[in-house]
Design a protein around this ligand. Structure first.
Ligand code: C5P
Length: 221
């Protein structure tokens, strides 16, 4: 009998894009489909974990056995994740969280006024959910996995990001070629070295990532 890799462990996953409102009907978002994060939630549940999935606005079915919470903005994702984090042993931050949001949200739909003037938007920085979880006191802090979706110098950025965010493992991938697709290719960058997971469908990669996380992450006493 082979015990399941994550039997009895609690795993928190974020997935999808965020949507940052400009007015009641418009906003800024990105091309993340949520497929990688949902595949990770699926693979973790399959490996015996109790999974909580905090999802941005995506149209994907909830994987079997997974507890799902829907949010829209980065701030809402932050407000959902921070109180949940201490009850989880592992945190896998797959979401493509918007780095910035419009500083003010117009109460009514913005209208053209016929003058040809275009609106200018001031932006403000969103809270970094992963960095905030990684800074929780040790007794409350899950073992953190980040994602780095880059358009260039993927590995270089990922290595720097892992150190900057103070997390044990970051998963590097090429954003433009995987956002919205069913396939991906990953490089896991951790303290002990780097592991390449060659191109495959997202569920296959998610299962391999879950196995690697189960191997690397110490069990909470
Ligand atoms: O800094 P950057 O956005 O490139 O980092 C990506 C990693 O950080 C991903 O794991 C993402 O889910 C997480 N992140 C976050 N909150 C943010 C920005 C990124 O959790 N505001």
């Amino acid at each position: 009998f082979q015990p399941k890799l994550l039997a009895g462990r609690r795993v928190l996953v974020t997935a999808g894009p965020t949507f940052e409102a400009l007015d009641p009907v418009r906003g800024l978002t990105n091309l993340s489909s949520g497929k990688m994060g949902f595949a990770i939630a699926h693979a973790a549940a399959e490996a015996g974990a109790q999974v909580t999935l905090v999802a941005g606005p995506v149209h994907l079915p909830t994987p079997r056995g997974v507890q799902r919470l829907n949010v829209r903005s980065a701030q809402q994702m932050f407000d959902a994740v921070l109180p949940l984090a201490p009850a989880h042993e592992l945190f896998i931050a797959t979401a493509a969280v918007a780095d910035w949001r419009p500083a003010a949200v117009a109460e009514q739909k913005l209208k053209k006024d016929g003058s040809g003037r275009v609106p200018a938007f001031e932006m403000t920085e969103n809270p970094d959910i992963l960095a905030a979880v990684a800074r929780l006191p040790e007794a409350q802090r899950p073992w953190c996995v980040g994602f780095a979706a880059e358009s260039e110098k993927v590995l270089e950025h990922a290595r720097a990001k892992r150190l900057r965010k103070g997390i044990p493992l970051i998963v590097a991938n090429h954003g433009p070629s995987t956002f919205g697709q069913d396939h991906n290719a990953l490089v896991l960058v951790h303290e002990g070295g780097e592991t390449e997971l060659p191109a495959a469908d997202k569920l296959t990669l998610a299962r391999q990532l879950v196995a690697e996380v189960a191997r690397l992450a110490p069990r909470r006493a």
